[in-house]
Design a protein around this ligand. Structure first.
Ligand SMILES: [Fe+2]
Length: 322
């Protein structure tokens, strides 16, 4: 927690509706600019409906649906989703939300309705703590380049028994695009400016998107490290040894993996992946979730992750633009 407080802001609103309202109406914008993340403790929020009401104060254009994601989700209400349903055995590494699509949100809010028994933190990292750990050569290399995100969504009907067992890793196009018809999925890809093709006897939808690795932060008017170059890359550091070697046994490599990233059409070198891994680990800061906590992030300055956990965990999410 000490490391968290050295970089980010914590306030306590003592269950007061007026304090929370006042903070969200008057101070959150400047604090997000300055710190990139604010943790608000003891909010009067009790459920997703409350989150939706308060969320609309600081997210003026909330997102309706989570289309084209890489992990399964469901909606609690019009604007509130559950956090990823990926099994608590697996850690999700640091990433900027939806950085691989044009509709990446400016802001994201996490509300803790059920704190996990053990683990399950949402670690965060400021992009300047990550890039500050890069060697000059790595920074120069990344600054000039564009990244291509490749995602492969399998067909619900064609998932084999092993893939079903690991279903969160093999998101189907039907789930990712919330539809059952291929032409509808194609339309949604077009809406998001995604290049798409049907591969493997037309059962798998392969989607590609290209973005710079550093983007302009409109409010700060400076370039920020904003991407999922590491999290979506098919490598042992980001997947973890268990998943990586399970994939290997299943014959899954970077050419047919559910996700991968390439830079200038080339696989990212192992030494660069390790440098990214070390920089992310160095920048990561976390706190223990408590019920009623609200964590608000500037998605373009701050990356988030999810630690492994045991027991029930309910974190509601709202995201969008201001
Ligand atoms: Fe996320």
């Amino acid at each position: 927690m000490k490391k968290f407080l050295e970089r980010f802001k914590l306030i306590d609103v003592n269950s007061s509706d007026s304090k929370l309202n006042s903070y969200l109406n008057n101070e959150i914008d400047s604090d997000l600019e300055k710190f990139g993340a604010v943790l608000i403790r003891n909010t009067p929020i009790n459920n997703y409906a409350d989150l939706e009401n308060y969320g609309k104060i600081f997210i003026k254009k909330p997102y309706l649906a989570y289309v084209g994601g890489v992990v399964p989700r469901k909606n609690y209400s019009k604007y509130v989703f559950n956090s990823t349903e990926l099994n608590g055995l697996f850690k999700i590494k640091l990433h900027n939300e939806l950085a691989y699509q044009e509709n990446a949100p400016d802001r994201i809010a996490f509300f803790c309705e059920q704190q996990p028994l053990i683990g399950g933190e949402t670690p965060i990292a400021h992009e300047k703590d990550i890039t500050g750990h890069f060697s000059n050569s790595l920074k120069n290399f990344l600054e000039e380049k564009k990244i291509v995100y490749i995602r492969r969504y399998f067909s619900k009907e064609k998932l084999n028994s092993v893939q079903r067992l690991f279903s969160p890793f093999f998101l189907t196009w039907q789930d990712a695009f919330s539809c059952e018809k291929k032409d509808l999925a194609e339309l949604k890809c077009k809406d998001l400016n995604l290049k798409f093709s049907w591969i493997d006897t037309a059962d798998t939808l392969e989607v590609r998107s290209e973005f710079p690795i550093f983007v302009n932060h409109e409010i700060l008017n400076k370039k920020v490290f904003f991407n999922q170059i590491f999290t979506q890359n098919h490598n042992r550091y980001s997947l973890g040894s268990l998943v990586y070697y399970t994939y290997k046994v299943l014959g899954i490599n970077s050419d047919n993996a559910p996700r991968n990233t390439v830079v200038d059409g080339q696989e990212i070198e192992k030494k660069d992946l390790y440098s990214l891994y070390a920089a992310y680990n160095n920048a990561e800061r976390s706190f223990k979730w408590k019920n009623q906590d609200l964590l608000i992030l500037d998605n373009k300055q701050v990356l988030h992750a999810r630690n492994t956990f045991v027991g029930k965990r309910k974190i509601c999410v709202m995201m969008g633009n201001n």
